[in-house]
Write a protein that binds this ligand. Structure first.
Ligand code: FAD
Length: 408
């Protein structure tokens, strides 16, 4: 187990500087254009693939970094560049992690390369869990997967919504109900291979922020996939379902939900994205406050402005510390006894919303225009308190974990 550290080692610093260079030179200059176009920035993804940032190797290297700082450091730098473009770059990694975490070696080897494609023909992947009637309430999921034993195929029907890269992905990972009696314990994940008949894109959403990232409905109509597309395999699923049925029969026994532990470990990554956006807006505001003059002096000469910047930076640093702690805990298998993963996501996402709003205020009229990036950063920041569990759901998880009570 790695000791918790608040300092990046030399190798991590090198990676951070490299990522920062890419964010500053390639992502940041493209941000306004792709925000306006509201389209997937394929040329930027391709650039990222060329230098090795858009690849499983890079993602896995950060993911398995024992200090836990690899993923938060990478997310912070890329999202510092621009949140919409960065999500287009890391969205595939989020789907790939679902396969890495639950798939067999064969599934990992077969599907993850197809999620990324290659430098000359980059592809993206999507993770589809949310549904129109199942957002925060995942147990209400309706998309059904039924096993056709004669053909060793699974048949999927349902509608997914809000899927990042949904419909444009080469590979979709879809969560579906295999046993409706078991609530969220009766869910399983499936790979939907490229060009599978029956999968189509529904509505593409026009969004408030992260507009370079594609978000859409995914419709599944009699989608047939081979048995080998069930993540983890049938034997493992049958064992898991049998255990869940046994526990359900005993009744009343609280079953520790493995999915909750997975969420605790993945939420700090979203916290780190929020830290990146907040830091970007803070830096713009600090520069502006030092150079903009009113009443014959820089506006930062006023405590009313300077103290805002002091608070912004303090909150950003506090958010990063919570993110790093939770990420270290996740990588090293420490139990999240106070829902530290949710804490980090809650605090960092709320910080990003607050800090980007303050940045607009410090830039005055300029802050409110698209001539300056803080307006876009503020729109982008709003997503962090919504996806991967809203702020209210984070508070619910924290309160339940602390109290042991079924707080509603
Ligand atoms: C841009 C974007 C990208 C996304 N990408 C993906 C993706 O790739 N894959 C995917 O599967 N999903 C994705 N999502 C979906 C996202 O995870 C959901 O939007 C989120 O979980 C919230 O669900 P909901 O939108 O249905 O809101 P709801 O669950 O309907 O919540 C509405 C409001 O009610 C509050 N609320 C709900 N229940 C409670 C409660 N018990 N106590 C207190 N308050 C409560 C919520 O906090 C929220 O404020 C994405 C969403 C967006 C906007």
């Amino acid at each position: 187990m790695a000791e918790f550290t608040m300092e990046l080692n030399d190798e991590q610093k090198e990676v951070r500087d490299w990522l920062h260079g890419f964010a500053a030179d390639v992502i940041r200059p493209a941000a306004a254009e792709w925000d306006e176009r509201e389209e997937t920035p394929w040329p930027v993804i391709q650039e990222a693939a060329k230098v090795g940032i858009y690849s499983l190797d890079f993602y896995a290297q950060q993911y398995f970094d024992a200090t836990g700082l690899g993923i938060p450091m990478a997310m912070e730098e890329l999202f510092w560049g621009d949140a919409g473009i960065a999500l287009s770059i890391v969205g595939t990694g989020l789907a790939a992690v679902g396969v890495l975490a639950n798939g067999t070696e064969e599934q990992i080897g077969t599907w993850i390369p197809q999620m990324y494609g290659d430098v000359n023909d980059v592809k993206v992947a999507a993770f589809c869990s949310s549904e129109p009637d199942a957002g925060s309430d995942v147990a209400s999921m309706r998309t059904r997967a039924v096993y056709d034993e004669a053909k060793d195929e699974w048949v999927l029907n349902g509608t997914k919504t809000w899927a990042t890269n949904g419909g444009i992905a080469n590979v979709h990972v879809v969560v579906a109900v295999v046993d409706p009696e078991l609530g969220s314990k009766g869910h399983a994940s499936f790979i939907i291979p490229p060009n599978t008949p029956g999968l189509s894109q529904g509505q593409k959403f026009q969004k408030h922020g992260i507009r370079a990232s594609h978000t859409a409905e995914v419709v599944l109509e009699d989608v047939r996939v081979p048995g080998s597309c069930l993540l983890g395999g049938k034997e493992k699923l049958d064992e898991r379902l049998a255990r869940a049925r046994e526990k359900a029969k005993k009744g009343g026994e609280r079953v520790k939900n493995a999915a909750m532990a997975t969420f605790e470990a993945s939420r700090p990554a979203v916290g780190a994205m929020a830290v990146g956006t907040a830091r970007a807006a803070y830096e713009v505001a600090l520069d502006y406050a030092k150079t903009r003059e009113q009443f014959g002096r820089p506006i930062i000469d006023n405590q009313g402005v300077a103290f805002q910047l002091a608070d912004m930076r303090t909150q950003i640093d506090a958010a990063r510390l919570l993110v790093w702690r939770a990420s270290w805990m996740g990588v090293n298998g420490k139990p999240f006894t106070a829902a530290e993963g949710s804490m980090s996501k809650l605090f960092a996402s709320e910080t990003a919303k607050k800090v980007t709003a303050q940045a607009i205020q410090i830039l005055g009229g300029n802050g409110y225009t698209r001539e300056y990036p803080v307006e876009r950063m503020h729109r982008d920041a709003a997503i962090y308190t919504i996806f991967e569990g809203t702020s209210e759901i984070q508070r619910l998880v924290i309160a339940r974990t602390l109290s042991g009570m079924p707080i509603r």
